[in-house]
Design a binder for this molecule. Structure first.
Ligand code: NAP
Length: 455
């Protein structure tokens, strides 16, 4: 199947795009390499910043136009789509404003002479990106790397081709020279070809573990640097001294945002015995209130999943968990409503042999665990192949920080669900990947830290 926009609310096919043939792909690669060599790498920070700031301004001016495409292609609630457009613009502005400072030459103290470490661009970078935040995911890869002087090629997910094109057009309108930002409608074989291409110097992927393993190993064979932002099954730890009302509100936000389709969604709810029953009852009551409907309608609270396939996959996971002994507290089935809607679901009684214990549920399905105490909560949180984010709820902030230090992930949030901001590093460990995006860390991944030594 080629690149296709299908509205998951009503299954209407909105647009179909053919994949590039060999000649088109070659011409795009050649244009990107030429842009790097003869134009973009020679621009000043101020010139690059002007392009990114213009792109941010256009996104803000035309928020609805950008947001509508997200909602049409992958079903996100329209208010959340608008939020994503604003966040993407903020990322573009953040790197426009701070890149020069982040990449300023560093003078090293040496016993004799002079030593400087310069941060120079490395060339054409290739990104493989997911559909769940169609602009934000691209912005966090493209903005820092364009500011560093690299040029960007992106293979976006095949279900969000209109968003993919909209971002390419945005960069053109903002004044980026041809080849500085290139969208690619390419097959998986062509992805391998692009990774192999000598003109491509680095590869970033955000997506599943399976795709990450394929892309990272191909890049490894070519000795090319990668960053991998993969899946997660974030723990949401509630200790006995937590503010219960706040914890439940946060649990609902953490699990239900983007219809549960976020890598850092709260997925495993680990609650200390003394609060477990009350937490579960209130969480269940809150999930029962979600109303499915057109995600374009401001009144709708439950969005469809991004596709019928995604819904079928999630339903299978739930069924397998139940077959292995999990108990459904609420939900568990497809919603009685047209479109790819999943009932908000809570599963309990998940033992260590249940596949659910180690899997990521990419949708509104919460896994609930009760534990004896803080140590048991941390042990359970860490008993996961993933290590992306997580949350800890307690009114004792010093205690929360101690717990956070023991949770083996790239990010831990205290008394709130996970969130993302331009100035905060984002990324994981273990099967959640490696490398960081956003903040000062995100701009250092694909630059040459070049030592210049004066005798
Ligand atoms: P996915 O199937 O891995 O797709 C992500 C991207 O990889 C898409 O562009 C996809 O293209 C491409 N792709 C898939 N298999 C490939 C292969 N064998 N070779 C080359 N490219 C390949 O991921 P998804 O299921 O759509 O997205 C959800 C996953 O992403 C979840 O696991 C989620 O946790 C993770 N995620 C992680 C982060 C993070 O920052 N850590 C952020 C968001 C999402 P096609 O669309 O053409 O298949």
């Amino acid at each position: 199947m080629a690149y296709q926009s299908t509205n998951p609310f009503n299954a209407e096919v909105l647009a179909t795009f053919v994949e590039h043939d060999a000649a088109e792909l070659e011409s795009r690669l050649a244009r990107a390499a030429d842009c790097y060599d003869n134009a973009w790498r020679n621009t000043t920070f101020a010139e690059r910043a002007a392009v990114l700031a213009k792109a941010a301004a256009i996104m803000r001016e035309r928020t609805d136009e950008f947001a509508n495409l997200i909602t049409l292609e992958m079903g996100k609630l329209i208010a959340q789509s608008r939020g994503e457009v604003q966040l993407s613009a903020a990322i573009l502005d953040y790197y426009a404003e701070n890149a020069e400072r982040f990449l300023a030459p560093e003078i090293l103290p040496t016993k004799t002479g002079e030593a400087i470490v310069e941060s120079s661009p490395i060339g054409v970078l290739f990104g493989v990106e997911p559909w769940n935040f169609p602009y934000y995911q691209i912005a966090r890869f493209a903005a820092p790397n364009l500011m560093a002087g690299n040029v960007i090629m992106v293979k976006h997910a095949s279900n969000v081709p209109q968003c993919a094109q909209a971002f390419e057009k945005l960069m053109q309108e903002a004044g980026a020279p041809a080849g500085a930002y290139t969208n690619l409608f390419i097959s998986k074989d062509q992805v391998a070809q692009v990774i192999d291409d000598v003109r491509v110097r680095g590869v970033a992927l955000t997506g599943s573990e399976a795709a990450g393993a394929v892309v990272a190993s191909r890049a490894g064979q070519n000795l090319k640097k990668t960053t991998m932002e993969l899946g997660g099954s974030d723990a949401f730890i509630v200790l006995e001294d937590a503010d219960l009302e706040r914890a439940v509100k946060s649990a609902v936000m953490g699990r239900m945002g983007n219809a549960g389709q976020a890598c850092t969604a709260s997925k495993r709810f680990i609650v200390v015995e003394s609060l477990a029953d009350a937490f579960l009852a209130q969480f269940k009551a809150a999930l029962a209130n979600f109303k499915p409907g057109d995600p374009m309608n401001k009144e709708t609270t439950l969005a469809p999943l991004c596709s019928e396939d995604a819904l079928q996959h999630l339903l299978n996971q739930v069924q397998q968990s139940v077959d292995k002994g999990a108990r459904v507290v609420i939900g568990g089935a497809r919603m009685d409503h047209p479109g790819a809607f999943m009932e908000p679901t809570i599963l309990t009684d998940i033992d260590t042999s249940n596949p659910a214990y180690k899997e990521e549920f990419f949708g509104p399905v919460a896994l609930f665990f009760r534990v004896a105490d803080e140590n048991a909560a941390i042990a359970l949180a860490n008993d996961s192949p993933f290590g992306l984010g997580g949350s800890v709820f307690t009114q004792d902030i010093d205690r929360a920080k101690r717990v956070a230090s023991r949770v083996e992930t790239g990010m831990v949030f205290i008394n709130r669900p996970a969130s993302s901001a331009p100035d905060l590093p984002f990324g994981g460990i273990k099967n959640s990947g490696y490398g960081r995006e956003l903040s000062g860390a995100g701009i250092q991944e694909f630059v040459n830290k070049k030592l210049i030594r004066v005798a």
